[in-house]
Design a protein around this ligand. Structure first.
Ligand SMILES: [Zn+2]
Length: 189
């Protein structure tokens, strides 16, 4: 079950009860749980309230009163055409780690990674900066591993899906790491 799905279940099992960020991060088991909460709200239409919406809530507390997501948020999605356009533009590889669909999933060797199209600026942030969150510029190809947010950092750089170089090196095979090490040693050594 994905982190998002686990967070969704936490809220649905606790309608009108205050959920703390500690509870969410515990079920999510990822650093980027806040982004998943935003997705549930902005993309899936759940009216999850924070202290900005309800005065009785403290920062880091959330509440969901209505288990039925609003259909409005669901209307807008990435079309099949746009999905394939972004994949093609990005060379059918993850812009964060460079993996392609023939590469093994880093923590599940039994399968290969899947490519997903992700929002560079999460929808709520994009709207804050008056950016169309569904524009091609705000979309990027990631593998499902990076999209889960295990080590991909939200760079906030519009149109330049940043390659997380240190993370790439950290996750590269040992022989590639050694090559980088030797190269850097030559430069700085
Ligand atoms: Zn990746």
């Amino acid at each position: 079950m994905s982190a998002r799905k686990r967070i969704e279940e936490l809220f649905l099992n606790n309608i009108s009860r205050v959920i703390t960020k500690e509870q969410i991060s515990e079920v999510a088991q990822i650093n980027e749980w806040a982004r998943r909460v935003r997705e549930l709200r902005d993309e899936f239409g759940y009216e999850i309230k924070s202290h900005k919406d309800e005065q009785s809530l403290k920062p880091g507390e959330y509440i969901l009163h209505n288990p039925v997501p609003s259909p409005k948020a669901k209307e807008r999605k990435i079309s099949k055409d746009q999905y394939f356009r972004i994949l093609h533009r990005d060379g059918h590889k993850c812009l964060s780690c460079g993996r392609t669909p023939v590469d093994k999933h880093p923590t599940d060797e039994s399968r290969t990674i899947k490519l997903v199209v992700d929002h560079v600026y999460p929808i709520s942030d994009a709207e804050k900066y008056a950016i169309d969150p569904y524009s091609d510029e705000n979309l990027q190809t990631l593998c499902d591993f990076c999209n889960e947010g295990k080590w991909n950092k939200y760079s906030g750089k519009l149109g330049k899906a940043k390659i997380n170089l240190t993370a790439m090196v950290r996750h590269a095979p040992r022989k590639d790491q050694l090559e980088v090490f030797e190269m850097l040693k030559k430069v700085f050594g």
